[in-house]
Design a binder for this molecule. Structure first.
Ligand SMILES: Cc1cc2nc3c(=O)[nH]c(=O)nc-3n(C[C@H](O)[C@H](O)[C@H](O)COP(=O)(O)O)c2cc1C
Length: 449
């Protein structure tokens, strides 16, 4: 079986089956010296785990994560990180009744045709449980991305035909469906509860927004940024559609109605677009606007309503799935989608060499200390020159204070400061102090004489 590995530099391989001993992930290409907060990894897994609310499967997995390698004294060493999650709440007996029957909407039929063997206990590798390993790896990627101020926000946009009217990011984690519109959230939950009570399930749309993505990620041909996002998201079980920006709306609109016009934003001192129908990516490369994507999530196939199917020996039969299943997958797919996006973003940053390594605060302070040392050496050099000039002034009877020269020099320094985007008021104060020190030095020569 191929394709258990994802990414080019920050590369993950997931392993394990739904009803096996454990599932987990090995991460290669890890940057050393990153602080790993296991509580954060766990909190991300908790957002995905089953049994969170009345609208998720009641399967009770703790999804407790354990780090087996690659972390020393709380920091990454650069060696592969192995994260493992032990399966606790397996109930394989439930699956015995489906042993030789293809469950409609599940991967059994294609797996058996392709591999000649199928782990019918919860779908094996095809199980949604595999995504816990992705979330664990995504938490490590998110940890690194935090240093770059990049934010990934996922939420439920639509359930059935019920769609959000407004977006308040603060509301997302406050309701069971992870919806940014608290009024609509309630309607969504009511719909899911109603569908669930009839033994059925329902689909939805999840939206993912990336904020503060640097300009220039992605390449223009096969490795377009949105092409990689699409693969990352579509690879999640039950995800059936992908859209970026206005997506399928582009097909209904004239260019004059939907084109994103450019303007120069004075405040940010950069070119931006007035609208964001492109969804933050132009020609496969991020343009600095929010990246906005949507995925269509299918209604999970494990339902209590009888459906036609076929046994492995080709005889017809009926099936209804008893067991513990999700009536709507949106709230649990959100952390998985965010994780996949984090993996792509980090990989892209590494490919473009935008992250060499994340410097620790200690290392940054060392660099500041070095700069300060150099500033002091330069001040000492300057004072030497000041003294020489002082001697010349006294020899030639020139006044120590030359106000015009001082004003010209100050205006010069401020001009350069402006070009370097420094605060000119602070630089003015700094140079006035330096000039004062120079005068004191030169006055001293006069007294000594
Ligand atoms: C987190 C997660 C949980 C899932 N839980 C269920 C479930 O309870 N019942 C179900 O029928 N499918 C569930 N699925 C979806 C199936 O894994 C998926 O539909 C199946 O493997 C067939 O693949 P496909 O729909 O992508 O073609 C889940 C998927 C994810 C990502």
């Amino acid at each position: 079986m191929a394709g258990n590995t994802f990414g080019e530099i920050f590369r993950i391989t997931t392993f394990g089956e739904s009803h096996g001993k454990a599932i987990g992930v090995v991460i290669d290409g890890v940057i050393p010296n990153i602080d790993i907060d296991l509580n954060f990894v766990q909190s991300e897994l908790n957002r995905r785990k089953p049994g969170q609310s009345s609208i998720t499967t009641p399967r009770k997995e703790e999804d407790r994560v354990e780090i087996l390698s690659g972390v020393f004294e709380g920091k990454t060493t650069g060696a592969p990180i192995c994260l493992v999650i032990w399966n606790k709440d397996q109930n394989p007996k439930i699956y015995e009744q489906y042993k030789n029957i293809f469950r409609p909407g599940h991967a059994g039929y294609t797996f058996l045709n392709k591999y000649g063997i199928y782990d019918y206990y919860g779908g094996g590798r095809a199980s949604g449980r595999e995504t816990a390993a992705r979330v664990a790896a995504g938490a490590i990627a998110k940890t690194i991305l935090k240093n770059y101020n990049i934010e990934i926000i996922g939420y439920t946009r639509k359930v059935g035909n019920i769609e959000i009217n407004e977006i308040d990011y603060n509301e997302i984690e406050k309701n069971d469906i992870r919806c940014p519109d608290k009024i609509v959230a309630k309607k969504m939950i009511d719909l899911i509860s109603e569908v669930k009570s009839k033994g059925d399930s329902i689909g939805g749309v999840v939206e993912i927004v990336i904020k503060n993505c640097p300009i220039g990620l992605g390449d223009p041909v096969f490795d377009k940024l949105h092409a990689d996002f699409a693969k990352a998201l579509i690879s999640i079980g039950a995800v059936k559609g992908f859209e970026i920006g206005a997506g399928f709306k582009f097909s209904e609109k004239k260019a004059s109605e939907i084109i994103d016009e450019f303007y120069f934003d004075q405040k940010q001192s950069r070119i931006r677009t007035k609208t964001n129908n492109q969804g933050g990516i132009l020609g496969g490369i991020s343009n600095g606007e929010d990246i906005v994507m949507r995925i269509a999530v299918k209604s999970p196939s494990s339902i209590l309503i009888e459906k036609d199917t076929v046994r492995y020996d080709n005889t017809p039969t009926k099936i209804k799935i008893e067991g513990r299943h999700d009536p709507c997958l949106c709230p649990r797919i959100i952390p998985v989608a965010e994780s996949m996006i984090a993996l792509v973003l980090l990989d892209k940053l590494l490919i473009q060499n935008m992250i060499k390594k994340t410097p620790t605060i200690g290392k940054l302070r060392e660099q500041i200390d070095l700069i300060d040392k150099n500033i002091l050496i330069l001040i000492a050099e300057r004072q030497k020159l000041v003294k020489e000039i002082g001697k010349e002034k006294i020899k030639n009877n020139i006044k120590i204070l030359d106000r015009k020269r001082e004003l010209d020099a100050l205006s010069d320094r401020k001009k350069l400061a402006r070009r370097l985007k420094l605060d000119t008021n602070i630089i003015e104060k700094l140079f006035k102090l330096l000039f004062k020190i120079s005068k004191i030095e030169q006055e001293k020569i006069k007294v000594d004489k």
